[in-house]
Ligand binder design. Structure first.
Ligand SMILES: *Cc1c(COP(=O)(O)O)cnc(C)c1O
Length: 439
């Protein structure tokens, strides 16, 4: 925690900090939002970079279809459905616009949004090593990588990552399947079943009694001491970011196929749960490239972990953590328990994200149970955070003119791999809270 006078000075300069410290759900729309054509200049990456990432994933598709049979139906492309939520929309009392869900909860291989960035970064690293060693040539069918000889080759190399859980699952499962020695440094809040699953895949799991930032630092240190080890840097990685960004063009095609218009008269609002920022930041970058000023992105964070809101609002980015203003970073939302944001993402996206909202754990449980009751869809607590961004948008004066023709897309970021008993407990918790609220 910062010294009392330093906190007082920050609160004086940024009154919103007092509200954050009170842990009440709130929203903030960024007055510095810029047209996409200007804001995209801040990113330091381009549409060309995203197109290359997309092409790389296409090259790996034959390999993925072979190594992970659950991706065969999609030809080895890791993508999730986008579905309308009419019953949920009614339950939320949304009388205008159309509510949709992006089901990254059901992405193959690791069951969360991390199957985008995490798997992409591992594949890119593997491609580089295999090309250098002459195991792959341009134009090859990449399914040749699914051989014992290639696995033995990758076994000379290691991949390490620090994670609250879901990134570890993606990196660990993908790395181990290729043959890498994989180590996941896990923070105290990571669930036991994720550790068990990784160990079952042959991944080394190192557990820490502390939070995410410490686990990341430990992973970074391990990798520095080992030239054969690639460290996946969740706080700064451009590759992770580009892997997520590929979602933008893909969503555009899905909406076109579904007949959903996104244009100047039909704006698209996308609500993304935010932890360190790489996932939502990368997806939002891809969305801005695909839809320009017709898309408005809103990040949602737990009231106990509003790190990106704090960093962007103060302009201090990774120089400030929620703990420094006395917020504990304790939340039931796996993946969102991050106290210090990515400075790279905060700066890259600072003029492209329309707004930020916070949500309580109780509300996450209520939303999760409502989604289960109305649509029969089961998502983990963090994955429903996006729904909490909708009311502030519906109330914001700047959007009123086009709201009747708007599409609202909640990015559902995880849940399909949560064990059934654990999911049942989440739903029961949410139902109890809903019943208590109705009484
Ligand atoms: C990681 C994660 C997020 C947020 O992604 P960041 O890159 O940490 O911001 C959201 N939802 C789920 C389920 C996640 O695992």
């Amino acid at each position: 925690m910062l010294p009392t006078p330093a906190i007082a000075a920050l609160r004086e300069q940024f009154p919103l900090i007092t509200e954050l410290m009170a842990l009440q759900p709130l929203s903030w729309f960024n007055p510095r939002i810029a047209p996409a054509a200007e804001g995209l200049d801040d990113v330091g990456l381009t549409a060309h970079d995203v197109a290359q990432a997309s092409a790389r994933l296409a090259r790996f598709a034959p390999y993925l279809a072979k190594a992970f049979p659950q991706t065969q139906a999609s030809g080895g492309i890791i993508e999730s459905p986008v579905v309308p939520l009419p019953a949920m929309q009614a339950a939320l009392g949304m009388t205008i616009g159309q509510l949709w869900l992006k089901q990254d909860s059901h992405l193959p291989i690791s069951g969360s949004i991390k199957a985008r960035g995490g798997i992409y970064e591992v594949l890119k690293h593997a491609e580089m090593l295999a090309l250098d060693a002459g195991l792959l040539k341009e134009g090859d069918d990449y399914s040749v990588l699914a051989s014992d000889a290639v696995r033995a080759f990758f076994g000379q190399y290691a991949i390490a990552v620090g994670s609250t859980g879901n990134l570890g699952l993606s990196i660990g499962i993908m790395s181990a399947r290729l043959g890498f020695r994989a180590t996941v440094h896990m923070s105290a809040d990571a669930r036991q079943w994720k550790k068990d699953k990784l160990r079952a895949h042959g991944v080394t799991v190192v557990e820490y009694a502390t939070d995410y930032s410490v686990a990341v630092e430990a992973g970074r240190k391990q990798a520095e001491g080992d030239p054969a080890c690639h460290f996946v840097d969740d706080e700064n990685s451009h590759d992770l970011f580009l892997g997520y960004a590929v979602a933008g063009q893909r969503l555009k095609q899905q909406f076109e196929a579904a007949g959903v218009a996104v244009d100047a008269d039909h704006p698209l609002f996308v609500y993304l749960p935010c932890g360190v920022g790489g996932g939502p930041g990368g997806v939002a970058f891809g969305l801005k490239l695909a839809f320009g000023d017709c898309v408005h992105c809103v990040f949602v964070e737990p009231t106990h972990s509003p790190c990106m809101l704090l960093g962007v609002h103060t302009g201090l980015h990774e120089q400030i953590s929620v703990q420094e203003i006395g917020i504990d970073n304790v939340t039931a939302a796996d993946g969102l328990a991050v106290g210090r944001p990515s400075g790279f993402v905060g700066r890259a996206m600072q003029r492209l994200i329309d707004g930020y909202a916070t949500v309580t754990d109780e509300e996450l449980y209520r939303l999760l149970a409502t989604l289960e009751q109305t649509q029969g869809l089961r998502l983990e607590p963090s994955a429903v955070a996006g729904f909490a961004g909708i009311p502030p948008v519906l109330a914001a004066p700047q959007y009123q003119a086009n709201l009747p023709r708007a599409t609202h897309l909640v990015w559902g970021t995880g849940g399909s791999m949560v064990p059934q008993e654990e999911m049942a407990a989440y739903v029961a918790r949410g139902r109890a809270l809903l019943a208590a609220g109705a009484a």
